[in-house]
Design a protein around this ligand. Sequence first.
Ligand code: ATP
Ligand code: ZN
Length: 226
Amino acid sequence: MSESGRLRIAVQKSGRLSDDSIALLKAIGIKLNIRDRLLIAHSTNQPIDLLRVRDDDIPGLVMDGVVDLGFIGENELEEKMLERKAAGKASEFEVLRRLDYGGCRLSIAVPKEASYNGIGSLEKKRVATTYPYLLERYFAEQKVNAKAVMLTGSVEVAPRAGVADAICDLVSTGATLEANGLVEKDVIFRSKAVLIQRADGDLSDEKLALINRLIPRIDGVMQAKE
Ligand code: ATP
Ligand code: ZN
């Protein structure tokens, strides 16, 4: 693929990480002209282009060198690393900063009427999740023989629908769990948003210099919020 001189940054198009990621870029002085329908947004004062995509695509775009930087939740990043490893694909990237937004936890929850005495209660049970690799790793660590059932959406209704006995989903306040008659039991992963960069060696000196100017500004913005 041809290399334009412009730094390419992947952000979630719309979702829980979009507004905070865009706000951070604006706070460090990057002027952006974002039009809702468009995949690409050009900065008007820096040699920077934003690629606006689903968050699921961001780790791969960075690891395959399609973009230079990406804002992504650690949960999605870790899941994609495990998925790529299973497929025999390398995952080269660097975490530049852990950010102060996007906080959530990946937790196992069961219907409130279910009896649950620790993860062993899930032996031979089915657990619905969007993060099968993280969940299977947890089962292996805990030596529990349970099955992760992959669902890309509506995970919280799976027990009621008879699709699974429990779920493993992202939680921040717990309101969604409660609304679905579920109780949070075990936290298996704690996550925040991170800024990641593709492998150093593949970046031009100009792009590295630009990144090195942006990072201290990110630190400044985060410190100012503390
Ligand atoms: P996309 O259409 O981009 O695939 P999505 O539905 O996968 O969107 P969101 O629900 O917007 O994604 O969540 C994006 C990320 O926001 C999560 O992967 C996680 O890192 C973070 N996050 C923070 N709080 C929560 C929460 N309460 N529930 C879900 N995700 C959260
Ligand atoms: Zn997603």
